[in-house]
Design a protein around this ligand. Structure first.
Ligand SMILES: *[C@@H]1O[C@H](CO)[C@@H](O)[C@H](O)[C@H]1NC(C)=O
Ligand SMILES: *[C@@H]1O[C@H](CO)[C@@H](O)[C@H](O)[C@H]1NC(C)=O
Ligand SMILES: *[C@@H]1O[C@H](CO)[C@@H](O)[C@H](O)[C@H]1NC(C)=O
Length: 391
């Protein structure tokens, strides 16, 4: 124990750059001070187990503490005041006159989602600084976004699971938002407002929304056919949306470099499914945990020299040269982490279709990760001689 403490003392100077500094007392909230960002204050229990806090508790804390600016405030599992029935009310200047860059709010769900009501002036001291707002776990029927109407720097908005979301308002601050994330919100039905209200989206994450092919196709089409969205969108994530096929208009985006379709039920990739702009370097293409059986030559087009492609946990039996050879050849730069991840696919190694890779171009194998035959042998352990008789 002693030597551990000594070690801590000796190394604390070295660690000072990364370890949080001491900050003033935010009880019952906790706080950390980071050189690189500033203060991070968390109130309540993210797992909704311990004693709940109310917005009055939060108000007292910020009324008492001195720091004028907090980088990140998370208010976890807020509960109603004693006399507020089932409504959680966030009052005027709940953070006193303190300003905040990033703000997250969640409602206590131990008694089912509670109605959240936020006063239009609740965060008025942050209208200049606030860049990110996120809310989840609430009944959103009274969420009117007026408390964000005067924000001038808000570029990132997140909405998590909850009830009764009534859609995005026609307020001009939304036109500044470049990152929208809706996650695990099964009732989300306002996808048809996105292209219109968020003309400058760069990142759209609709994860776990289970919207299905029809709605997602229309959504992607509406952004791809807008004059701005078509150029601005760089990241598109559509996890767990019950997709049976790749949305049709993905290849219309001029600046798209990240696509995540994790956890859908796509079985087939047709030619041109992912035809990225050749002037853009693809970063990630994620198709993990789909139902892929077949991929047509030309399914992947664009600059994949720095791309990481995930095809793991699918039903692929073939690793054909017309599909993969050009990609692997693009990925040969030593400095990049580029590669194709294919773990957990039942590849058939007994016929000749792998001869191109194992026998003729074994140097390309170092960019194929986790390849394994249905009989358990790894691609790396296949013998080139096994393919002598192939054409
Ligand atoms: C905030 O602090 C001031 C001065 O200490 C006090 O008069 C006021 O009642 C406090 N307000 C709240 C809501 O705690
Ligand atoms: C394309 O994306 C990059 C960043 O990924 C951005 O700097 C650039 O402005 C975007 N181009 C257009 C036309 O929006
Ligand atoms: C699996 O199949 C490949 C290709 O036919 C063969 O080379 C390898 O020896 C087999 N592995 C086992 C464990 O049978």
């Amino acid at each position: 124990m002693m030597s551990f403490l000594l070690l801590l003392l000796v190394t604390s100077d070295v660690l000072a750059a990364t370890f949080p500094d001491i900050c003033e007392d935010y009880t019952p909230c906790s706080c950390q001070q980071y050189d690189a960002y500033g203060l991070i204050v968390r109130c309540g229990d993210p797992f909704d187990h311990k004693s709940p806090i109310t917005s009055l508790d939060v108000h007292h804390v910020f009324n008492r503490t001195k720091a004028r600016h907090v980088f990140w405030v998370d208010l976890f599992s807020l509960s109603p005041e004693v006399n507020s029935g089932d409504v959680i009310k966030i009052p005027v200047d709940v953070l006193s006159e303190k300003s905040v860059d990033r703000l997250g709010i969640s409602c206590s769900t131990s008694a089912g989602p509670l109605i959240m009501e936020i006063h239009p002036d609740a965060f008025r001291s942050s209208v200049h600084q606030m860049g990110h707002f996120e809310i989840n776990g609430c009944d959103f029927s009274r969420l009117d976004f007026k408390f964000l109407a005067d924000t001038m720097s808000l570029i990132s908005l997140g909405i998590g699971p909850g009830l009764n979301f009534r859609g995005f308002p026609t307020m001009s601050f939304l036109a500044r938002v470049t990152s929208l994330r809706i996650y695990n919100y099964l009732e989300f039905r306002h996808w048809n407002q996105i292209a219109d209200r968020f003309p400058l989206l760069e990142s759209l994450f609709l994860d776990g929304t289970q919207l299905g092919d029809r709605s997602i196709n229309k959504l992607v089409h509406s952004i791809a056919s807008s004059s701005t969205g078509r150029h601005s969108l760089t990241q598109l994530s559509l996890w767990e949306n019950k997709l049976n096929r790749v949305p049709e208009h993905i290849s219309s985006f001029k600046n798209l470099s990240y696509v995540n379709l994790f956890g859908n039920t796509i079985r087939f990739l047709a030619k041109g499914s992912f035809a990225f702009n050749p002037n853009i370097k693809v970063t990630f293409l994620i198709l993990t945990r789909n139902a892929l059986e077949r991929i047509e030559p030309g399914a992947f087009q664009g600059d994949f020299s720095e791309a990481i492609i995930y095809l793991d946990y699918n039903h692929l039996t073939r690793f054909d040269s017309p599909v993969y050879q050009k990609l692997l050849e693009q990925m040969q730069s030593l400095s990049s982490a580029a590669g194709i991840h294919v773990r957990n696919n039942p590849f058939e190694c007994g016929d000749c279709h792998l001869a191109w890779l194992i026998r003729d171009k074994p140097h390309l194998l170092k960019r194929v990760f986790g390849g394994r035959c249905s009989n358990g042998t790894q691609f790396e352990d296949l013998k080139p001689e096994g393919y002598h008789d192939c054409l």
